[in-house]
Ligand binder design. Structure first.
Ligand code: HEM
Length: 468
């Protein structure tokens, strides 16, 4: 497919339908569902969840609602968002990692943190961080080029690269010394403690579950590690008076616009952990799936490569007013957007009602659970044409999809604070990677998505990369 074709959108060949797990039986028992959830939340959803507007059920003594209807989603995530917090199991899994940081804060504490941090994530603040992103991507490409004679594990390469980007944008230093330890923390937690146990779902939050004791031990080691990173960054130099050079400077200098208060050291540690974790794994996941899809769809891959070539001047991405001209990478961006439609890194947004409410005419009680699943919405039969097909051209029409049908970053007051950062990072990195290599699969068996915290591949397949 040529770029012109992509921009004009004629679909002249059958689009790729990439792998997705079989749908669960609609009539699963609570225990069966629990078992399926521990394996992968995505695999626990049946066909009805892809067809109906709202699915009501009971789950361990509570009502649960899966919302696929725009008005109902708007109600929960925007109009009455203050009535909905993260779920008890969400708190159990996330707090050991991010403490009281922005991701898990609620009420007044959340409002304070959000308004204090927002300026550090504005497009204006992200722009000076782009050179860090480009440098880390160039280094990842150089390493891949050196290894390109043999099959490569691009999932691991993407995790390392986004971690490096997170480290440099946060602290201005690379992750060569601490990256392995940080990755070990993430893998250790994701491998076991992030998977909800039966008792995690059953017990009230005030009762620690057996897993919570292990999570608390993990937290002790993890916060000591983050504290060590912060101490190293501080030792590397104060920047009083100088313009901020990284997110750590920006967050350290952030003051509550209403009260003028700064973050305490412990709060700053939680925000640092939040941004590193919320940022790097999600973006690595998006990039992995984008590379996988492009490997399965060589014509679309060539269209990206042609766009990148057209946006390259003297071996580097073209700039405008000193910044990379991301407007010249519209099709690459459409590939990233379509990837996050089919494999949204955050596959589920779960909320618990903190008081009674009515959603789409249905009564909701305190502690009922409301699920808004980008995975389901993005593949919903009523909301998308060819919902399971990979068609980046759907993002090239000039009309964005319905605001409540496409939610890779959520929506409303709690929308992802790093959305702009992540999109810039993912588009630039994908452009550079596909500009550098032709990517194909060595390992031809389908790669299945697994929903545990993020939409992970069930294994790390090997890719062949040929320098262009
Ligand atoms: C492709 C990459 C990313 C995806 C798909 C993603 C997705 C999301 C989603 C869906 C939410 C909303 C959750 C909810 O409403 O419950 C969220 C929130 C959040 N994200 Fe991201 N994210 C990405 C990258 C990032 C980056 C790069 C950062 C930081 C550098 C970040 C930091 C956060 C934080 C702090 C929140 C909580 C915001 C709040 O509650 O006020 N994310 N993200």
């Amino acid at each position: 497919m040529s770029i012109a074709e992509a921009y004009d959108m004629p679909v002249t060949r059958a689009p790729l339908v990439p792998p997705s797990p079989p749908r669960a039986p609609d009539d699963m028992t609570a225990l069966g569902r629990m078992k399926a959830i521990r394996q992968s939340v995505i695999g626990s959803w049946g066909q009805r969840a892809y067809e109906e507007d709202i699915i009501c059920g009971r789950f361990f003594g509570r009502n649960s609602f899966i919302l696929n209807q725009p008005d109902a989603i708007r109600h929960v995530l925007i109009d009455n968002y203050e009535n909905y917090t993260r779920t008890p199991v969400g708190f159990r899994v996330l707090r050991p990692l991010v403490g009281g940081g922005l991701l898990t804060a609620e009420g007044r504490a959340w409002k304070y943190q959000r308004r204090t941090l927002a300026p550090a994530f504005s497009p204006r603040a992200v722009s000076p961080l782009v050179p860090h992103m480009l440098a880390a991507t160039d280094e990842a490409i150089a390493k891949l080029r050196a290894a390109s004679h043999a099959p490569v594990d691009l999932r691991e390469a993407m995790q390392r690269m986004t971690l490096e980007i997170a480290g440099r944008t946060m602290f201005s230093f690379g992750m060569d010394r601490h990256g392995a330890a940080l990755r070990d923390f993430v893998m250790e937690y994701g491998g076991k403690l992030a998977r909800p146990h039966f008792l995690d779902l059953l017990l009230p939050l005030s009762w620690p579950s057996p897993q919570d004791f292990s999570r608390a031990r993990f937290r002790k080691r993890w916060t000591a590690f983050v504290g060590m990173l912060m101490a190293e960054r501080r030792a590397a130099g104060k920047t009083d008076g100088a313009p901020p050079r990284d997110l750590f400077d920006l967050m350290g200098a952030a003051r509550d616009p209403e009260t003028g208060a700064a973050f305490t050291d412990a709060q700053l540690g939680d925000e640092v952990a939040t941004m590193i974790l919320a940022g790097h794994e999600t973006t690595a996941t998006a990039l992995f799936w984008a590379l996988y899809l492009l490997a399965l769809d060589p014509a679309t891959q060539e269209a990206v490569a042609a766009e990148v070539q057209g946006a390259t001047v003297n071996g580097a991405l073209a700039t405008v007013n000193g910044a990379v001209d991301i407007e010249r990478l519209k099709f690459t961006r459409a590939v990233v957007e379509e990837t996050m439609r089919l494999y949204p890194p955050a596959f589920l947004i779960a909320r618990a009602a903190s008081g009674p409410d009515t959603i789409a005419g249905m009564p909701v009680k305190k502690r009922d659970v409301v699920l808004i699943a980008p995975w389901l919405l993005h593949r919903h039969e009523k909301l998308w044409r060819d919902p399971n097909a990979f068609m980046p051209s759907r993002f090239m029409t000039g009309t964005p999809p319905d605001r409540f049908a496409y939610l890779p970053f959520g929506v409303g007051p709690r929308v992802c604070i790093g959305a702009h950062f992540a999109l810039v990072e993912a588009v630039l990195a994908l452009a550079k990677l596909i500009g550098a290599f032709h990517v194909s699969m060595v390992d031809k068996a389908p790669v299945m998505p697994v929903g545990v915290v993020t939409t992970q591949p069930d294994r790390s397949p090997m890719f062949a990369i040929a320098p262009r």
